[in-house]
Design a protein around this ligand. Structure first.
Ligand code: FMN
Length: 190
């Protein structure tokens, strides 16, 4: 049987918040779908800022020795990434953006035209929450902005989306809304 490893990344500082609830539900569904899931909490990781040295374009891994080495190894060894991040200023929180920056040369190779992906064949799923209620969360670019940013990283890396789930109006939700739970489940069944 082929290996089915999933990397679940919590990109929220709140381990009991809406984003974490979405991720925990996705982890349980991924487990039922046969994945062995490794969960990491980005806010617990030691990650310096990307210095823009671009050495990773050749080395394929950041030259700074901190927790990026472990995360890059998990990324390379998995078939599915589930990234959960709340909307901060219509974008992703800083640690998530920094993760993408630190993985530049792990994810892609530069050419004279378009970037060449380095993580082809893997799948990804995006989970996000925001306080703006739907449909304004999308219309005014709140969740749209965060999803666009996350998509840009994974698509450029050559990975294929299996779904995106938004939990809008988060501050008025008690627990994980049924609709979001169902949507997460559907993405992981396919
Ligand atoms: C710094 C910061 C910026 C935020 N920016 C937005 C925003 O642009 N749009 C929005 O709808 N909600 C915004 N929010 C609300 C968060 O998206 C909301 O608190 C989050 O969905 C809760 O997720 P959590 O339980 O994982 O923390 C912001 C919250 C913080 C702390």
């Amino acid at each position: 049987m082929s290996e089915k490893n999933a990397l679940a990344i919590l990109g929220s500082p709140h381990v009991n918040g809406t984003t974490a609830a979405m991720l925990d539900w996705a982890i349980s569904k991924a487990g039922q779908a046969g994945y062995t899931v490794t969960k990491i909490n980005l806010y617990e990781k030691k990650l310096s800022f990307c210095t823009g040295c671009r050495a990773c374009m050749d080395t394929r891994i950041c030259v700074q020795k901190d927790d990026i080495q472990e995360i890059a190894a998990l990324l390379k060894g998995c078939q599915l990434v589930i990234l959960a991040a709340p909307v901060y200023w219509a974008n992703v929180p800083a640690p998530v953006k920094n993760l993408f920056d630190r993985l530049l040369g792990t994810a892609m190779e530069e050419t004279s035209t378009f970037p060449k992906p380095r993580l082809q064949g893997k799948k990804y799923m995006l989970l996000t929450s925001c306080n703006t209620p739907a449909p304004f969360s999308w219309i005014f670019g709140q969740s749209r902005g965060a999803l666009h940013n996350m998509d840009e990283f994974f698509k450029t890396a050559g990975m294929k989306s299996i779904g995106k789930v938004v939990c809008a109006n988060a501050k008025n939700q008690k627990g994980l809304p049924k609709q979001a739970a169902k949507k997460i489940e559907r993405c992981l069944q396919g």
